[in-house]
Unconditional design. Structure first.
Length: 255
């Protein structure tokens, strides 16, 4: 297909900002997906979602790699959660065929508001890294969280990274920095699962995906450096901003 390079420039800027935000607290899809739908309105939704996933996985993988070199990664929690997320994202994608996604909007809105309120009122939430589980309990909780968030990402998607960070802090005692690092690994797994569907079925735009991936990585480098430099307190502030934006979007779409 022929691409208007001015439109590609706008999409690239969106990918840059999405990679920047997503590398810290998730929510990059809040920026990338609307940009794709606005700039390329004649393309199939599945094609735009596939293009978004391909671009996102590179930025997320870059962030995961950078975090792993600077943060003590909680692999015993992260890897089981990522495995469950990968498997259940397929189930979530299949569920789209028989369960209307719009039914979830009010519930997701309530969950976002509750997450923001809990984080705001608990000033110490995510301030210290104090893992709460070990052994079998850690594995079971990791599989439950990974499976639930994987199903959600395959079925619906928006805010997956932000929900993951909240769950890692709330149920595992991570601080915001470790939770963000762990969430990137799980996000890579869910993105790869989705790509396994989109690419074989031709639901992607190769040139757009490639350019977006490059700019998504650039944004990810900047965001990861800021998160590592300024620590959990900074990530907490960005988290609240992004979740607030998600709440506004969901409220607008719901009502």
């Amino acid at each position: 297909m022929s691409i208007d390079y001015s439109l590609l420039a706008v999409i690239s800027c969106a990918a840059l900002f999405a990679g920047f935000i997503d590398s810290m607290v998730g929510g990059g899809g809040l920026i990338q997906i609307p940009a794709l739908f606005t700039m390329l309105p004649k393309e199939l939704p599945a094609t735009l979602f596939g293009t978004n996933k391909i671009a996102s996985v590179f930025g997320t993988a870059n962030a995961a790699w950078r975090y792993s070199h600077r943060v003590s990664m909680p692999w015993r929690t992260t890897l089981p959660a990522a495995s469950a997320a990968f498997a259940f994202s397929f189930l979530g994608a299949m569920a789209v065929a028989w369960l209307p996604r719009d039914l979830l909007r009010p519930l997701i809105l309530v969950m976002l508001v509750a997450s923001a309120a809990y984080t705001f009122w608990r000033k110490d939430f995510g301030a210290l890294h104090r893992p709460q589980h070990a052994g079998r309990h850690e594995l079971v909780y990791a599989l439950i969280v990974g499976g639930a968030i994987g199903f959600y990402d395959g079925f619906f998607g928006p805010g997956t990274g932000s929900f993951l960070i909240f769950l890692f802090i709330r149920f595992f005692g991570f601080d915001f920095l470790h939770a963000s690092a762990a969430s990137k690994v799980v996000n890579v797994a869910t993105n790869l699962a989705a790509i396994g569907f989109f690419i074989p079925n031709g639901f992607y735009l190769p040139l757009v995906a490639l350019v977006m991936a490059i700019f998504n990585i650039f944004g990810s480098v900047i965001g990861t450096r800021l998160a590592l430099r300024h620590g959990s307190g900074f990530v907490r502030q960005v988290f609240l901003l992004v979740v607030s934006a998600l709440i506004i979007k969901f409220a607008w779409d719901t009502f």
